[in-house]
Design a protein around this ligand. Structure first.
Ligand code: PRX
Length: 581
């Protein structure tokens, strides 16, 4: 079905003039150097994301402007100015250096709920010259252990209940020297732990931010691939130029905006655009701690008079499901600009936005590895529902064939980006060969399949690999299979993404049982619970099928492609490498 193009009209028809008045002109004249000169550098070589996001505002009229408005699930509100954030993050940096012995380049990981302390802590970590890594609070012990072990994290910042959840893995982490516990509910802490509150109380509010080199490592986000456990994609302090520019020109942030990014800081969207993008622009952002509820989300938009909203397709589809008459019960007039990322945004969802919300939803595309938005629909440009938009000015994206040569418009191929943008990842932690294998002939190969049309809009087709997209959470099948195989009944497991109308994909596992175990519903439920406890809700299989054996290549690799084709009733394709029975 063809969907009508959404015509944006003339520049003077906009309530607030977009930051990009003319896309093509912007592209022709874009210089990363000019953008970088808008940020607070120490000198030509030295910049620090924590400084740019907080302290840089102290000498401006934004000093006492609200940086963060936080509302908890229970409705408590806490507010922080840029000056508050600067002071508190200084204190946290002092704790790291003086009480936890953190040195430049050490890894400090956060396994914490969406509370203000995670924002303060991450800024403080960056100002201390250390590298931060966030872990989604819904992760179970196995997921946390793999990431802390691989990164050799020295410090973990967590809460009493999350610490209890992962207690069993802590003795197995030889590099972990200190646990800082954020104790909002006044629990009794373990003797070795450092209380965040007590340490903040005694820490000095003065700290000399480390003058990090622009290429010093700053950020580590774990991301899934087809093979092996998740890998730590590493970003440098220079990445903030990309966060800043894309937040300004794609999210179209203006100084009076109230901005809400619904992503959790455990994921890259929640740091690039839930911290650094808006704060480097000096923008007030709202953060809601609570879980999704359609009514509650509309209420938050209304209550805080949100003007710019960055969310995700699964959330939009859940809002659609909650009914067309619900948004009408709230005053959503303040909302000027809506963006979405992380999964394919169906054209129906874009049309729903126009019809029911009266807002255009601007899909954009990027990855953990790219660090910032690469392809987007801009406030000024017409939207073609079903398209992710056009490359960010300063970014060259292309569709290439298997020889890494560019394909003409209309042909499906591998989505690739010309190397060299500021927020490009600099390595996979401890796996530099794997990192280098992602670059060919001057392109970064993204692992997605796509095509362009004759106006240069990009259209997403699929992943090129087996990575599963479950409500925007990228899940590597290997990680799930490894956990399933820890279950006493499981001999082998193969995991695929099964299409789902709300969450893009759900996780489906094919499991063969060890001798002596009988297939049955109870066992299925037991295996599901087992996986949920160790990984997270998004990564645990929703469906399990018991099979006698799994299709494998002659070299013993599970052929997930075949499992998926069978599941969907599709042609099996090339099976020449299939092992013979
Ligand atoms: O497959 C693409 C999908 O999400 C992947 C990146 O996921 P992650 O590294 O977790 O990054 C999260 C920050 C966005 C991509 O390789 N993806 C992302 N945006 C879109 C998308 N798929 C379709 N349409 C999008 N707009």
């Amino acid at each position: 079905m063809d969907y009508p193009r959404i015509i944006k009209g003339r520049l003077d028809s906009f309530r607030v003039k977009p930051n990009i008045p003319d896309y093509q002109k912007m592209r022709d004249n874009f210089r990363w150097e000019e953008i970088s000169s808008e940020l607070a550098w120490f000198d030509n070589e030295h910049i620090n994301i924590g400084h740019v996001a907080a302290d840089a505002h102290l000498e401006t009229d934004r000093r006492n402007k609200k940086a963060l408005i936080w509302e908890s699930q229970r409705g408590e509100v806490e507010e922080f100015t840029f000056a508050n954030l600067a002071k508190l993050s200084n204190k946290f940096a002092n704790i790291l250096v003086n009480e936890a012995g953190v040195l430049r380049g050490d890894r400090v990981f956060f396994f914490l709920e969406r509370v203000p302390e995670i924002f303060v802590g991450i800024l403080g970590t960056l100002k201390a010259g250390a590298v931060f890594g966030p872990l989604f609070s819904a992760f179970g012990p196995d997921a946390v252990r793999d990431r802390l072990f691989d990164s050799k994290a020295k410090v973990l910042v967590t809460s009493p209940s999350l610490k209890r959840k992962i207690a069993e893995i802590i003795p197995g982490l030889p590099n972990l020297e200190k646990i800082i516990v954020v104790n909002r509910k006044n629990d009794v802490l373990d003797a070795d732990d450092l209380s965040y509150e007590a340490a903040m109380e005694r820490a000095s509010e003065n700290f000399q931010t480390v003058h990090t080199n622009k290429e010093d490592y700053a950020i580590m986000h774990y991301t899934s691939g087809t093979t092996g456990k998740p890998k730590g994609a590493v970003h440098v302090h220079n990445a903030v130029i990309g966060h800043y520019a894309t937040a300004k020109y794609v999210l179209d942030l203006h100084s009076d905006d109230i901005y809400w990014c619904t992503a959790d800081p455990g994921w890259v969207t929640g740091t690039s655009y839930g911290m650094f993008g808006p704060w480097s622009n000096g923008i007030t952002q709202f953060v809601y701690e609570g879980v999704f509820s359609a009514r509650q989300w509309y209420k938050m938009l209304e209550k805080w008079k949100v003007t710019v909203w960055y969310t995700a397709p699964t959330a939009i589809r859940m809002l659609m499901k909650a009914g067309d008459d619900l948004p009408g019960k709230f005053d959503l007039n303040s909302v000027r600009h809506v963006c979405s990322v992380g999964e394919p945004l169906n054209p129906e969802a874009v049309m729903w936005g126009e019809r029911v919300l009266g807002k255009s939803i601007h899909d954009n595309w990027w990855q953990t590895e790219t660090g910032s938005i690469m392809i987007a629909n801009y406030a000024i440009q017409d939207i073609k529902p079903g398209s992710m938009g056009r490359p960010f000015p300063g970014i060259t994206a292309g569709i290439i064939d298997d020889n890494f040569d560019e394909l003409p418009a209309g042909q499906e191929g591998n989505l690739a980006v010309r190397t060299g943008w500021p927020s490009m990842f600099r390595t996979y932690w401890g796996k530099h060969d794997l990192y280098q294998s992602r670059f060919k002939k001057g392109w970064y190969i993204t692992g997605d399949r796509a095509r362009t049309d004759d106006e240069g809009y990009f259209h997403f087709i699929s992943r090129a690999d087996d990575v599963i997209n479950s409500a925007g959470h990228k899940v590597g099948p290997f990680e799930v299979e490894s956990v399933l195989m820890e279950h006493p009944a499981v001999a082998e497991a193969g995991v695929i993404g099964k299409p789902d109308p709300i969450t893009t994909e759900v996780i489906k596992a094919f499991v063969s049982l060890k001798r002596g175990f009988e297939p049955g519903e109870d066992l299925k439920e037991d295996i599901k619970r087992f996986a949920m406890k160790r990984l997270s809700m998004a990564a645990a299989p929703r469906e399990i099928d018991f099979v006698d054996s799994l299709p494998k290549t002659r070299s013993g690799k599970i052929m997930r492609r075949l499992l998926k084709a069978k599941e969907l009733g599709l042609p099996l394709g090339d099976t020449s490498t299939l092992e013979n029975d």
